[in-house]
Design a protein around this ligand. Structure first.
Ligand SMILES: [Zn+2]
Length: 74
C-alpha cells in the first residue's frame, strides 16, 4: 500500500489519491490557460500564485497539491 503524498491517505498505486490526482490535472490544465493569458509564466511562479492568492478559485484540493509541488521545487 502507498500513501497520497499530499494528504497521506492510503492509495493502491501512484502518488496521489483520487481527489488530489484530479486536482493536479486541473492545476496543470489551468497552467496552460494561464500561460496563454500571461505569456512568460514559470510553473513555479504559477504554483506560488496558486498557493498565496486565496482569491483564485481553484479549490482546496488543488491548492494543497500546489503547496506540495512548490515545496518539492525548492
Ligand atoms: Zn490526497
Amino acid at each position: 500500500m502507498k500513501q497520497c503524498v499530499v494528504c497521506k491517505s492510503t492509495i493502491e498505486k501512484g502518488s496521489y489519491c483520487d481527489a488530489h490526482s484530479i486536482a493536479k490535472k486541473n492545476l496543470e490544465n489551468r497552467f496552460k490557460d494561464w500561460q496563454k493569458a500571461y505569456g512568460k509564466l514559470s510553473w513555479k511562479e504559477y504554483l506560488t500564485r496558486m498557493v498565496n492568492n486565496q482569491e483564485i478559485p481553484i479549490g482546496n484540493w488543488a491548492r494543497e497539491v500546489a503547496d506540495y509541488l512548490l515545496k518539492k521545487e525548492k
